[in-house]
Design a binder for this molecule. Structure first.
Ligand code: FE
Ligand code: CA
Length: 527
């Protein structure tokens, strides 16, 4: 692997950030906002995301004091210039404009750039108060009807700051993929617990607290490097708000009205720190995250939100909710669990998802989602000889009817090459998703869980349970890392990248496992 900081566009980024770049000098005449001190504004880096054939989203947030609730910014709107160029030296500028960093949005900036050419790289930067931001590299998607030879993307999740360093992001940056798909747990909400590192503020419950938490993560230079290297498509999981929340209910069955206030703060902070389109702007405790991303004729990603709209947890003793006591995370089966009226996506999102797949003409159809989708009960530690029969209610194990509806839909519609990308479980896993009506028939799709970047997994029964579960082809919970995929019209190759030492930012990595899914064939090949 090469060092991402050796890439020419990153060297230039460092030069520009220090004001020494030759081309930056000309541009510093742009904006010098009155009242701002000379402290660096771009401490959280820059990002891009949501690539379309004609453009993408550019993001930054001005924060001269990143760990202050207001970022150290005055309570007024600040203009920020932005530039998109066809080359890393900004000789051929393709688009430029001015955006407003408003205090009510934490002085974040979201620019939806349009009018660019499909399927090519671009470079971007921001300018404010006489300072140039680091330079990010991004790209547009291929045109919708365009044949595509190859897509390289990484997917990752679960980057608890305290649990490790971001060597995985250093390696993602070095890969410089076409796209990074982040599947949730970008932050963790817990109060400080010293490990490899320590959170810098108490458990956040309001907007200021969540802003400080995002800033803690986003000041990490390796996380910034991964954003500077490629456009990202992000979805959240639970820890962007609170562990194991389900719609308006937290893990302690607390007051829903109070939780929705917290959720509104957390969703706003998420919006303020992610390269998302205006269509996802939060309105109170609601924020529409589910959407499609198209990569020419090659691939269509459906990005979903399995937290905000999920039905109430099944198989719960009623007194737990009544007495505001913690929910039961894992239970034996119960009739309510299989109730087809329950959904992990909610009825509206499920309809949208079915329509999106029905309309797709892509060669590969990816469902990018938060938690383990496969039917994967866990062994009962009291009866290790019995088949696994303990259902994890926080993932699709609590909502089997939704999984079965989706799989039947894919099967009956003969959807081209469905794949599922997953996070949440702090493990690498590769699972063929079996036909719910005919378990001996060819699998309907394959699911890949791309490990966790840092977050730990201490479940002693994880591998044993996986080994006893039909469909599982690979399971590893003791190694951290991410997944790297190369997709062509003929096949999708997925590599699980394992870190030797997640406490070391310079950690080497090795290929843990390698999988191939051939177009037109159901089920994966291992190795
Ligand atoms: Fe996690
Ligand atoms: Ca999670």
């Amino acid at each position: 692997m090469t060092d991402p900081f050796a890439a020419p566009w990153n060297r230039r980024a460092l030069l520009c950030a220090s004001g020494a770049g030759a081309s930056a000098g000309l541009l510093l005449t742009a904006v010098r906002a009155a009242g701002l001190s000379a402290r660096p504004l771009f401490t959280l880096g820059v990002a891009s995301g949501e690539p379309l054939p004609q453009g993408f989203v550019l993001w930054t947030r001005l924060a001269p004091e990143p760990l202050a609730i207001d970022g150290g910014m005055p309570a007024r709107t600040v203009p920020v210039r932005w530039e998109v160029a066809e080359d890393a030296a900004f000789r051929r500028v393709a688009a430029r404009g001015t955006a407003l960093a408003e205090p009510r949005w934490g002085h974040s900036v979201h620019v939806e750039v349009a009018g660019l050419r499909p399927d090519r790289p671009y470079w971007y930067r921001f300018l404010a108060n006489g300072e140039a931001s680091p330079i990010g590299r991004t790209r547009t998607a291929p045109a919708a009807d365009q044949p595509v030879d190859r897509l390289r993307f990484c997917f990752a999740s679960c980057q608890k700051y305290e649990a490790g360093q971001y060597a995985g992001h250093r390696l993602i940056a070095a890969e410089a993929p076409d796209l990074v798909v982040f599947l949730g747990d970008y932050i963790y909400e817990n109060g400080p617990q010293q490990d490899v590192r320590i959170h810098r503020n108490p458990e956040p419950v309001d907007l200021g607290g969540y802003r400080v938490r995002y800033a803690t993560y986003k000041t990490d230079p390796l996380l910034q490097a991964a954003h500077h290297a490629a456009p990202w498509a992000v979805i959240w999981d639970d820890h962007e708000v609170a562990n194991d929340y389900a719609d308006a209910v937290d893990e302690d069955n607390g007051d829903p009205a109070a939780f929705l206030r917290r959720r509104a703060a957390a969703y706003q902070a998420y919006w303020e720190h992610m390269p998302l389109r205006r269509a996802s702007m939060p309105q109170g405790p609601a924020m529409q995250l589910y959407r499609s991303l198209q990569w020419g004729r090659l691939a269509a990603f459906q990005l979903v939100d399995d937290r905000q709209y999920r039905s109430a947890r099944p198989c719960q003793p009623p007194e737990l909710a009544a007495q505001h006591r913690p929910y039961r995370t894992r239970t034996p089966d119960c009739p309510e669990r299989r109730d087809p009226a329950r959904s992990i996506l909610g009825a509206a999102q499920e309809r949208w998802l079915h329509d999106a797949f029905a309309q797709s003409r892509a060669q590969w159809n990816l469902l990018a989602q938060q938690t383990l989708m496969a039917d994967a009960p866990r062994l009962n530690p009291a009866h290790l000889d019995a088949a696994p029969d303990q259902y994890t209610l926080d993932n699709w194990g609590g909502y089997p009817a939704t999984r079965e509806r989706i799989l039947r839909h894919w099967r009956d519609a003969k959807l081209a090459n469905p794949l599922v990308l997953s996070g949440d479980i702090h493990a690498f896993a590769a699972v063929d998703l079996l036909d719910p009506d005919r378990p001996d028939a060819p699998p309907i799709a394959s699911e890949f869980v791309g490990g966790s970047l840092t977050s730990k997994n201490h479940d002693p029964l994880f591998k044993q349970s996986a080994a006893r579960t039909p469909g599982f082809r690979f399971a590893e919970h003791q190694v951290r890392g991410y997944a790297s995929a190369t997709m062509t019209p003929a096949e999708c190759a997925i590599r699980f990248v394992g870190l030797e030492d997640p406490a070391n930012p310079d950690s080497p990595a090795r290929t843990l496992a390698h999988f191939t899914v051939a177009a037109g064939q159901r089920g994966m090949r291992v190795g």
